[in-house]
Design a protein around this ligand. Structure first.
Ligand code: ADP
Ligand code: MG
Length: 698
């Protein structure tokens, strides 16, 4: 396929299709619904469904599905065909407005954190008309929100949409104060940079750890890793290029602006970045991207690994969440403006984000807390577990000048006065050098770098939107009552800077000294692991934030707290069980056979030449036997720990038990197995090594 403009978006029922296929009045009323978030009139729904069906049939679709995003970080779908019996015994193809608007999947097996008992298992899905329908394979997919019968959200999408609305409400109040009358809506946009690994399918299939857990649980360090920095931005190998080409094509057909692709730091690691778009669309599209990455890989006899840490000793994968706020008139509110007036507005929005990150650093940390991401955060390859904001020296100096009314220490040495001075232009590269910061201002957007590669971006953006909405709410409350707007604004910004500058840090986030300063001097929170982080979800101030902005009900939050803990525990329990099983049934027999073969060989040699000194064999058999004894002990210890976990009650205690008892046992078992790998003959080792995995794609 060569004509990109022709096939771009060809599988999406987008604006162009709507305009072409709906009557003027139907199109108009659909747009109104989307804009105002109202319920769709039944006759309009029927007309839209009809047009969608015709469009989908032309593209070979046979089924439709309500596509939704339960709290599993992946998407869900249940297909129904369009067929219906015709009176004459034949078949007609139908799709009604009712089927478009609402679905009732049996939802008893999705995580609900106790929100929904199985006897009232049915949840319902409701069409989200702000996100376009699309065709995947032979199925028309309708993006939907997923709720329990009581209306509680059971998915990632509903709270995200609510948070966008919360931010819109508060941002509009602030904009009106600045005299902005032409803006009607404010939305956030996201560009998620997605990292991933590719491994050869044949090699992958020999590793049960990869199959069951998405990461390697064993593996000695290969002679070559990422030391030479020869992979980052390196030439893309033909097999990988062929994969990327097909991936791009599939994404483009789905209207996803896949833009940038390159090799990442670790061998076999790559990145794909789309052009940013409205947050809910970006979320849908990122879910689709992850899915299609895996599907296309299979066609090339590859497997795409989205886990945060598939391999120990080389970099893991993350997802940089580039986030900004824009008006429906096309103004990026995080972009420094041309005039002093615009700049005052920019600074207010900027400081609103700084305040939000400071006040809700624990919630942001929680939104990226998963078992997989615990391997990255704090590991000197991804940001530390301490949240801080990078603004760059210039912007920081401007804020300092504003706070104290002292001269701004750049070239001109002027005092920055809001509403009076223009800001100097920040060249992009001035603000984008620091890659160790969890939350960096990069010229006209913030880049949140703590997100895990396999995570949905819905939750992080829900938290971010809501926290910023809260800063803006406070500002609007204060400024709406002010007599002298400019004076009040100046004072407000000064107060906000003074109150929240502790979160600003432009130095090296990997530095131990910074972590000490952050936690001891600045009072920032360091939530090292998932069990440390999750309880923040139900802290009083956080419940207050999320409920007052109507993003979560308290019940929904408590259910999410349960689900997050459960996910953590289940993930590690599966890993631990897989480890014990691989140690017992693969590694122990392998090392033992090698020891036995060595002993047998030596015995045969001795039988032939009784005077021989088999020092090598003797030492090796001793060492291998020592190792098998040790592996057996460590496996038993891990198995005992698993039993101890099963006896723990309360999900939070279980998570801590797993972290403190199971994870250390896993590390101990891995260490001796990895040692055994280095002394066991290649032919005996039961599965592909790191060298084979990391350099499997040529
Ligand atoms: P990098 O961070 O690798 O240097 P860029 O900063 O150019 O790359 O872009 C990274 C991502 O940020 C892309 O997905 C891009 O579309 C997105 N992005 C650029 N501008 C914005 C913006 N105003 N709001 C949100 N995302 C943006
Ligand atoms: Mg980036």
């Amino acid at each position: 396929m060569t004509n990109i403009p022709e096939y771009f978006g060809s599988m999406v029922f987008d604006e162009r299709e709507m305009k072409a296929r709906l009557s003027g009045s139907v199109y108009h009323s659909l747009k109104q619904t989307i804009r105002r978030g109202e319920r769709l009139d039944a006759s309009v729904a029927d007309a839209v469904a009809d047009a969608m069906r015709a469009w989908a049939l032309e593209r070979g679709a046979t089924h439709f599905t309500h596509w939704f995003q339960p709290m599993t970080d992946i998407t869900a779908e249940k297909h129904d065909s369009f067929i219906s019996p015709a009176p004459d015994g034949g078949v007609i193809l139908e799709f009604s407005g009712k089927e478009l608007i609402q679905g009732e999947p049996d939802a008893s097996s999705f995580p609900s954190g106790g929100l929904r008992a199985t006897f009232e298992a049915r949840g319902y899905t409701a069409w989200d008309p702000t996100s376009y329908a699309f065709i995947k394979g032979k199925t028309l997919c309708i993006p939907t929100a997923f709720c329990a019968y009581g209306g509680q959200a059971l998915d990632q999408k509903t709270p995200l949409l609510r948070s966008m609305e919360a931010l819109n409400r508060q941002a509009m109040r602030v904009l009106r104060l600045f005299g902005n009358e032409d803006v009607h809506h404010v939305t956030t946009s996201v560009g998620p940079e997605q990292e991933y690994f590719l491994v050869d399918k044949g090699v992958y299939e020999k590793r049960r750890d990869l199959i069951y857990t998405g990461r390697t649980l064993f593996g000695a360090k290969p002679p070559k890793g990422q030391e030479l920095d020869d992979h980052y931005f390196g030439t893309i190998k033909p097999r990988v290029q062929a994969y990327m080409d097909e991936l791009n094509e599939e994404l483009w057909k789905l209207g996803i602006y896949a833009k940038t692709e390159h090799n990442e730091v670790a061998p076999s690691q790559h990145e794909l970045a789309p052009i940013y778009t409205t947050t809910n669309l970006a979320t849908d599209q990122n879910q689709l991207t992850m899915e299609i990455m895996q599907k296309v890989a299979a066609k090339h006899d590859l497997v795409c690994l989205l886990h945060e840490k598939p391999f120990a000793g080389v970099n893991g994968s993350g997802k940089h969440n580039n986030w900004s706020i824009a008006t429906d008139t096309g103004v990026n509110l995080l972009s420094p403006g041309e005039t002093p007036h615009e700049n005052a507005q920019f600074l207010l929005f900027l400081i609103a984000v700084v305040q939000a990150v400071d006040e809700y650093q624990d919630l942001l940390r929680t939104s990226v807390a998963t078992a997989g991401n615990d391997h990255r955060l704090g590991g000197n390859e991804a940001p530390p577990a301490v949240v801080s904001v990078f603004l760059g020296d210039e912007l920081t100096a401007i804020l300092e000048s504003l706070e104290t009314d002292a001269p701004y220490s750049a070239a001109e040495k002027t005092v920055v006065k809001l509403g009076v001075h223009a800001l100097p232009r920040f060249a992009r590269d001035m603000t984008d050098r620091n890659r160790t910061s969890p939350f960096a201002f990069t010229g006209n957007k913030f880049e949140f770098r703590m997100v895990g590669s396999s995570q949905s971006i819905a939750t992080v953006n829900t938290i971010l939107n809501t926290a910023v909405a809260e800063s803006l709410r406070q500002y609007a409350d204060e400024l709406e009552g002010a007599e002298d707007f400019n004076a009040a604004l100046h004072e407000l910004i000064q107060k906000a800077i003074a109150g929240h500058k502790r979160i600003i840090f432009n130095g090296n986030g990997y530095d131990e000294a910074w972590i000490r300063e952050a936690t001891e001097k600045r009072g920032l929170s360091e939530l090292r692991t998932t069990p440390d982080a999750i309880p923040s979800l139900i802290k009083k101030k956080n419940i207050e934030l999320l409920t007052t902005h109507r993003v979560f009900s308290e019940g929904e939050l408590r259910s999410r707290y349960e689900i997050a803990l459960e996910n953590y525990s289940k993930t590690i329990m599966i890993e631990a069980t897989t480890m014990a099983d691989m140690a017992r049934r693969e590694i122990l027999p392998a090392v033992e056979s090698y020891a036995a073969a060595t002993a047998e060989g030596a015995a045969k040699k001795l039988a032939l030449v009784p005077m021989l000194k088999c020092a090598y064999e003797t030492e090796l058999v001793e060492r291998l036997t020592g190792l098998t004894n040790c592996i057996a002990d460590k496996t038993a210890a891990l198995e005992r720990a698993l039993i101890a976990v099963k006896e723990t009650e309360e999900s939070v205690n279980e998570a801590f038990t797993i972290r403190d008892i199971v994870l250390p046992r896993m590390a101990e078992l891995r260490a001796v197995c990895d040692e055994a790998e280095t002394v066991t003959a290649k032919d005996f080792w039961p599965f592909p090594t790191y060298g084979e995995l990391l350099f499997s794609v040529r």
